[in-house]
Ligand binder design. Structure first.
Ligand code: DON
Length: 556
């Protein structure tokens, strides 16, 4: 990676990045995040001598304040790191865990049927947060600056306030009912009980106090002592089942990412308890058996859909927290398995999910940022509270918005998550277990360049990555701006349909896929908010690319 030291550019040239469209400025470092205030924080940290890991912690904290509907101290996620000095690539798994008191009955209603709302709204739907521990872990193992320095910009934003934008308005509108019903939540995130207008200033002095406790005591400022006590008391008062022991027991787990060869590129991404990389690995390995460089757009889409159908089927069948269930990772990621799966694809016809072998009958919001520093260190992080504004409630007067990530478990046979995903026993709820995720922070390295990439979008995350990678590697090599902005379609095995973004595909393309037997359904809105940083090997430039959808307030 040393060859990416871009010192030849002289003094630090900051790449101001993201939020709608690329800024193709050459520089030694870059941040692509979903909010310009958070992007600024990351760039300032690196301009002041911090590395990508410092910037990642500062950006995660800033996003927790200015994009509260997507991620925050009450949520979790995954950080994928690359350390230039020794080439270490590692996942910091800061995924939420199920509280110890959880049982299979926790999410059953009075009629003994799974209660979907109980796993989406309110304190019971919250897992034990991982993001504060993830930030602290990165500071202690990879960063060069102390946590208090890295949290300072977020604390200032929380105290001084930030102006609501169109994405905030869309997210608050989506969750208004739940937030309005809970006075402490409405007091922080609504304006006199209603959705605030763009420009309204949201101040979070209570959250600033929690960040200050972390600045003073690290993770234990959140997971132990006064804040932990307040969190648990509030969660229990609101019908949740956390204990102080659950918080004290929370552990970040370092894991090896999965590495996949795809044509001449090396794709490194976050795997279990995220299904992302394993589904992506299968889809890429299947696609590798076809020449996609010259295929027409219908055939290309057909092959992507069939590859996804097969990958997502195995998500349902096999995947869950690897510390709780045996997942046949090696077999699923193997070339022999890809051969077998690819052989079942008919080039002219949709397979139909029901017709696949081993049919399974059982049964926003999130943020991604990508960072590269002048040393060649990289961070791809996808962090979440699950639905927009998570559970829709803050924990009493801590100002910490709770996640509703328990929804990512399969809470019953045939009970789908908010993203229409079903699962098997492998993803059943159990104390201490991490719910299966789709978040897929990814690195792609080829002779041409290095891409740091990811996106929010629930179950569609993996598809979005596959579409972008196939475009950037097969169809328009190195054209990252195009890959990030690309019109999107999605197939996740079940429901057996191809959902496509409205107004961006030709009727002819849709008709041709229909004629091949695909169940084509126009979506109601566009989706995703991809954030990428690309190092061009030939020129040494480091460029940040933000999804144009981020500009117009697409939610998830
Ligand atoms: O972990 C997951 O797969 C989900 N909780 C992610 C949710 C998400 O991406 C919401 N999107 N915008």
């Amino acid at each position: 990676m040393q060859r990416f030291l871009v010192r030849s550019f002289g003094a630090v040239l900051v790449v101001v990045a993201s939020m709608g469209g690329p800024r193709a400025l050459a520089g030694s470092h870059a941040v692509a995040s979903a909010h310009p205030l958070a992007t600024d924080v990351g760039n300032q940290i690196m301009a002041a001598g911090g590395n990508a890991f410092d910037a990642a912690v500062a950006v995660a904290a800033a996003l927790a304040v200015v994009e509260p509907f997507s991620s925050g101290l009450g949520g979790g996620g995954f950080f994928l790191l690359h350390r230039a000095q020794d080439g270490l690539q590692v996942t910091v798994d800061a995924r939420e865990t199920a509280p110890a008191a959880v049982t299979p009955e926790t999410f059953l209603g009075a009629d003994d049927k799974p209660d979907i709302r109980a796993v989406l709204d309110g304190a019971r739907s919250a897992g034990i947060p991982g993001t504060p521990a993830g930030m602290d872990w990165i500071v202690r193992h990879y960063a060069s600056l102390p946590l208090r320095t890295l949290l300072a910009p977020a604390i200032r934003l929380a105290r001084e306030g930030f102006a609501v934008d169109s994405r905030y308005v869309a997210a608050a509108t989506f969750r208004e009912g739940v937030m309005r019903a809970h006075a402490p939540t409405a007091a922080v995130f609504l304006d006199q009980g209603g959705v605030p207008a763009p420009g309204f200033l949201i101040k979070q002095p209570q959250l600033a106090r929690v960040l200050e406790a972390m600045a003073a005591h690290g993770a234990s400022g959140f997971y132990q002592g006064e804040i932990a006590h307040q969190l648990v008391t509030a969660v229990r008062q609101q019908g949740g089942i956390w204990s102080e022991q659950d918080l004290a027991n929370y552990q970040v787990i370092e894991r090896s990412p999965l590495v996949i060869g795809y044509r001449d590129a090396r794709v490194t991404c976050v795997t279990l308890p995220s299904s992302g990389c394993l589904v992506l690995a299968q889809a890429l390995q299947i696609l590798q058996r076809f020449d996609l460089s010259q295929t027409d757009s219908t055939r290309h889409a057909h092959l992507l859909i069939e590859a996804l159908r097969r990958g997502y089927q195995d998500r349902v069948r096999y995947m869950g927290d690897p510390d709780f269930v045996e997942v046949p990772v090696e077999r699923l990621a193997s070339a022999a398995y890809a051969d077998q799966r690819a052989a079942s694809i008919d080039l002219e016809r949709a397979t139909g999910s029901e017709a696949l072998d081993g049919i399974v009958r059982e049964g926003s919001n999130t943020t991604h940022f990508s960072i590269v520093d002048g040393h060649g260190n990289r961070v791809a992080a996808t962090l979440s509270v699950n639905l927009p504004f998570g559970a829709g409630v803050v924990a009493g007067d801590t100002g910490v918005l709770l996640n509703d990530t328990m929804n990512d478990f399969a809470i019953g046979a045939s009970v789908a998550t908010a993203y229409s995903l079903t699962g098997s026993a492998a993803n059943a709820v159990a104390p201490g277990k991490r719910p299966l995720s789709s978040m897929t922070p990814t690195f792609v390295e080829s002779a041409r360049g290095v891409l740091v990439i990811g996106t929010p979008g629930g179950s569609r995350i993996i598809t979005m990555l596959l579409l972008a990678l196939s475009e950037a590697l097969d169809r328009r090599p190195g054209d990252i701006e195009h890959a990030v902005a690309l019109p999107r379609f999605h197939h996740q095995y079940m429901p057996d349909r191809v959902e496509y973004e409205p107004g961006v595909f030709s009727a002819e393309w849709v008709d041709r896929l229909k004629a091949m037997g695909h169940n084509m359904q126009e979506g109601k809105r566009r989706w995703g908010n991809m954030q990428a940083v690309y190092i061009d090997r030939a020129t040494g430039t480091v460029t940040a690319y933000g999804d144009p959808r981020g500009k117009v307030g697409v939610l998830f």
